[in-house]
Ligand binder design. Structure first.
Ligand code: ADP
Ligand code: MG
Length: 527
């Protein structure tokens, strides 16, 4: 036995059918896991970490669910990865992509059992995907020329994205909020300039969009509460040495007077530093680190608003939106880039006081203040809003839109079916299987809403046999509905990404005929 082994030590391998089987099972298990969250009536999942604090996340977002799993199956990992990429690239369709890849593999498994070679299946899938993409391209609408129509497209896309999320009750409110925020960006996909602040309390409906930047800090006592034409120095520097605090070095003194002397010297040094900072001609100083009492007093005397201990994300964004740079030395005032804004003032959100910077240099910057009953609600609201913002910013650049509610899948399935009929040879089985996998998406959306999916899909298929149709699943009435009238739209870019990455992932897993697990490298015993 041992002589036949090629691999060293504890490395293991699985070959041929067994390896393929393990991949199929792993991938389908992942797809089944997120399947129930698909669509507007999809369920949520509770994720509980085993670490300290046993953090709980309640979510409906495919990528978030999959990201938090620890998985041992290599094929399952491929699916988790495409979901992540989908999230980063286009922001939405994270569940769809995994479900579609899972269905493609489920169909492939059946074909493999009928003795069709994986390479034949891959060739068929490739042809089918190409054909499906062309079908979508033909049907996509572009309203970029007409600003009003385009804005209404954006509203519809935002509402469709939000309809499967926690924000669905207030989806109009949030869709408007997201569209306004994205239109401010004027075509940039840099979501950095949209700040999201979460404040527990109130209800989701109380969330609002505000221009400018909000820093979650209070203005100290004795400091100016309102500054016009602010010149801001954003810094990351130590301002906490008004007491002796020497580590790693020892100072020997023979009387308390000596200590006071050293303290005095420290104080004098700090005073000089503050004066250097004031010499920049600023009226607001924001520091990432603590500012102790003594320097704070000095700043207050000079009429400068000093904000201490801003979080890192906070100061980076503040520097970005006010057009400044983070400074840490103050010897050359000319080389420090100050930030500017029209007005700094204290505002109240719920019970909390925060600092608002308005009229900032970077005009497109804005802040979304989310309100909600608990931190779990707020976290999920943030994720949902982020999805919407991401999809919208992508759609501003690529303004082609499609209808939703299973419409794109049915359109693709019909064309792919026709291709199957024209294609000779075994490949046609694979192409047919591709069409069935596409139809699984509307089937699952209907199933999740508790509808009779078999009946609905056959009706849909009949509708889609006509040349032009906008038929999809009407979740509310539980029948076939006109997606155009219902205003269910989706971005072309998202659907295309779902199609292409799901096919690629399925292909990659199908190519596997051997799984080799490497043995962990042993730590060598060192004396
Ligand atoms: P994903 O993470 O893939 O975006 P979702 O749970 O957001 O998954 O579900 C998206 C699917 O739900 C899309 O296929 C979309 O067309 C469909 N959908 C969204 N809103 C509606 C609606 N109001 N009626 C029917 N289908 C909808
Ligand atoms: Mg979605």
């Amino acid at each position: 036995m041992a002589a036949a082994r090629l691999l060293k030590d504890e490395a293991t391998e699985e070959k041929g059918d067994r390896a393929r089987m393990a991949s199929f099972i792993g991938a389908m298990a992942i797809a089944d896991l997120v399947k129930t969250t698909l669509g507007p009536k999809g369920m949520d999942k509770i994720l509980q970490s085993t670490g300290r604090g046993r953090n709980v996340t309640v979510t409906n977002d495919g990528a978030t669910i999959l990201k938090s799993l620890h998985i041992d199956n290599p094929a399952a990992k491929v699916l988790v990865d495409i979901s992540k990429v989908q999230d980063d690239e286009v922001g939405d369709g994270t569940t769809s992509v995994v479900v579609l890849a899972g269905e493609l593999l489920r169909e492939a498994e059946k074909l493999v059992n009928q003795k069709i070679h994986p390479m034949t299946i891959i060739a068929g899938y490739r042809m089918a995907a190409e054909c499906a993409r062309n079908a979508l391209l033909l049907k996509a609408k572009d309203n970029k020329q007409d600003p009003d129509k385009f804005k209404s497209d954006l509203m519809k896309i935002a509402m469709t994205t939000l309809s499967s999320k926690i924000l669905s009750q207030d989806k109009e409110h949030f869709a408007k909020l997201a569209v306004d925020a994205v239109l401010r960006l004027k075509g940039s996909t840099n979501l950095e300039s949209i700040q999201i602040i979460k404040k527990a309390g109130g209800s989701l409906k109380d969330s609002f969009l505000d221009e400018g930047f909000v820093l979650d800090k209070k203005i100290g006592i004795g400091q100016p509460k309102r500054i016009e034409n602010a010149k801001i120095l954003v810094a990351n520097t130590a301002m906490d040495t008004d007491k002796v605090k020497i580590y790693g070095a020892r100072v020997r003194v023979d009387s308390m007077a000596k200590v006071a002397e050293i303290e005095g010297a420290e104080k004098e040094k700090m005073k000089q530093k503050v004066q250097k900072i004031i010499a920049h001609g600023i009226n607001c100083f924001v520091n990432r680190q603590l500012i102790y009492n003594f320097p704070e007093e000095l700043f207050a005397d000079a009429g400068i608003l000093a904000i201490e201990h801003a979080d890192f994300d906070g100061i980076e964004r503040l520097a970005l939106v006010t057009g400044g740079e983070i400074a840490s030395t103050f010897d050359n005032p000319e080389s420090v880039k100050l930030g500017h804004c029209k007005l700094i003032e204290e505002i109240m959100i719920g019970e909390d006081k925060l600092i608002h910077f308005s009229g900032v240099e970077m005009g497109q910057a804005c802040t979304v203040v989310l309100r909600g009953a608990s931190s779990h609600v707020l976290d999920e609201a943030e994720r949902s809003l982020h999805d919407a913002l991401c999809v919208l910013s992508q759609t501003v650049n690529d303004s082609r839109v499609l209808l939703g509610g299973g419409w794109p899948e049915m359109v693709m399935a019909k064309e792919v079916d026709e291709l199957a009929r024209k294609t000779p040879g075994k490949k046609s089985h694979a192409i047919e299987a591709f069409s069935r996998s596409l139809q699984a998406i509307p089937t699952i959306i209907a199933d999740n809403a508790g509808l009779d999916s078999a009946e609905l899909i056959s009706q849909l298929r009949a509708e889609h046999h006509k040349d032009t149709t906008s038929a999809g699943i009407n979740i509310i009435s539980g029948g076939v509905g006109d997606m155009d009238k219902l205003g269910v739209s989706e971005s072309f870019k998202v659907k295309q990404a779902v199609l292409l990455s799901a096919t690629e992932a399925a292909e990659m897993i199908l190519r596997v005929d051997e799984i080799i697990t490497c043995a962990p490298r042993k730590r060598e015993d060192r004396m």
